[in-house]
Design a protein around this ligand. Structure first.
Ligand SMILES: [Zn+2]
Length: 212
């Protein structure tokens, strides 16, 4: 369901631009609101959330899908952890729905899906690994990297239960906004994928804004 935000951009306490193919990691305190913006449209924001106090508690696609009884994420969705706690709630969404089934691109999946020579292409999993290696202060290790949310990505489930990686339903300036229900660390890969339509074959920047 699309609902616009009441937040004013000029009141944001932090704003970041994630360059095409780049990544972002940072804290969001309980009660703060985080907005992710699809600046030019048709981008995919491969996102993970961790409990800031204990990163072994992290976003869980399975718990989120089961508890809401629905596979797509949108306004009102409670993003749940592997301990079934609510980490964040989606409070506004101008895109309409987001994927949490399709997973993230990796050098291994690029090799299997596309070609042996794609192995060395830039991928979301490599972005996450670089982010946690450069920011040991968050205590996130390789084993904490699990299933993710693909904000702005369109992976419809067909009538016979198949997943279909489709062209985006997002557009320039569309955004999704969440209120943190606990202190979290957000880790975003601005998907650099060039082999399927999840970034429109043309990766572009993402925006991040945070309000108190
Ligand atoms: Zn990706």
């Amino acid at each position: 369901m699309t609902i616009a935000s009441q937040q004013r951009e000029e009141n944001a306490v932090a704003r970041h631009l994630i360059d095409a193919g780049d990544h972002y990691i940072g804290p969001v305190a309980a009660g703060q609101t985080i907005r992710i913006v699809d600046v030019e449209g048709n981008e995919a924001a491969d996102t993970l959330f961790f409990n800031a106090a204990d990163p072994s508690e992290r976003y869980s696609a399975v718990d989120t899908v089961r508890e809401q009884g629905k596979v797509y994420l949108t306004t009102g969705t409670e993003l749940r952890s592997n301990l079934n706690n609510v980490m964040l709630t989606i409070s506004a969404d101008t895109c309409g729905r987001h994927d949490t089934l399709g997973g993230a691109c990796a050098s291994e999946s690029n090799t299997v899906r596309y070609d042996l020579e794609k192995r060395y292409m830039h991928s979301c999993r490599d972005n996450w690994m670089l982010a946690i290696a450069n920011h040991p202060e968050y205590g996130i290790t390789k084993r904490d990297i699990a299933h993710n949310i693909n904000f702005f990505m369109n992976v419809p489930v067909t009538a016979n239960g198949e997943l279909y990686f489709d062209d985006g339903i997002s557009g320039p300036g569309k955004y999704v906004e969440m209120v943190a229900e606990m202190d979290v660390v957000v880790l975003i890969s601005n998907c650099p994928q060039l082999n399927n339509p999840c970034s429109g074959f043309n990766p572009t920047p993402l925006g991040v804004l945070i309000w108190d």
